[in-house]
Design a protein around this ligand. Structure first.
Ligand SMILES: C[S@@+](CC[C@H](N)C(=O)[O-])C[C@H]1O[C@@H](n2cnc3c(N)ncnc32)[C@H](O)[C@@H]1O
Length: 189
């Protein structure tokens, strides 16, 4: 059992998808095959599948993936939920869009692992494929994200680089917080 298996006893733990993310992917064309890396309970997978994307979500939390699959099945959505380790996943080239929401923190102990994963995804995706990263905009996180993509030496067009506020409410304590996030979306040339 992972820590997140315990956290996800609270349904819809992280709340709704960001309006900006949904707005972007509502108007983005063509609707293709999307991979949500660390999909959790499907906070993004479900609304993106409702928009017409064919979505695969991978997460190490069986509890989260099962909750997501249950909603998808009820609604007849085109969703595949995989329980697995994103660091062992090796099929990024099969996707038109790769989403990583709240997956990178670039803290000292994880920085190398996370930047290597991002570089691998950037290298492995096909041309015209998109990477969307939503990340807390604190400290040097956004700068490290952009540098890592730049340092691959590959050509990307920036489709979106915007700030958003993530409103979180702890359902047990009622505590509310607002965190500044960056949504950074690039397309490989
Ligand atoms: C902060 S949550 C974000 C979940 C989701 N992206 C969202 O925004 O709602 C981080 C997620 O990453 C998953 N995770 C962390 N490390 C992982 C790994 N090595 N392989 C697969 N999933 C992982 C956790 O289980 C958790 O669901």
């Amino acid at each position: 059992m992972t820590d997140y298996d315990k956290y996800y006893r609270t349904e819809n733990l992280f709340g709704e998808a960001y309006v900006q993310l949904i707005d972007f992917f509502s108007s983005y064309k063509p609707k293709g095959i999307l991979l949500d890396v660390g999909c959790g309970q499907g906070r993004d997978v479900i609304p993106l599948a409702r928009l017409g994307y064919q979505v695969t979500g991978i997460d190490s939390s069986m509890v989260g993936v099962e909750q997501m699959n249950t909603i998808a099945q009820k609604e007849g959505l085109n969703v595949t939920g995989l329980v697995g380790d994103i660091y062992a996943f090796d099929n990024y080239s099969a996707f038109d869009i790769v989403l990583l929401d709240s997956m990178f923190h670039f803290e000292k102990r994880d920085k190398q692992k996370e930047t290597l994963l991002l570089s691998k995804i950037a290298r492995d995706i096909k041309s015209n494929a998109v990477i969307c990263v939503c990340i807390q905009d604190t400290g040097k996180k956004v700068a490290i994200l952009k540098e890592t993509i730049k340092d691959t030496g590959l050509d990307f067009d920036v489709l979106n680089d915007s700030s958003l506020i993530y409103n979180y409410e702890d359902k047990e304590s009622g505590h509310k917080s607002k965190t500044k996030y960056c949504m950074y979306i690039v397309k490989k040339k």
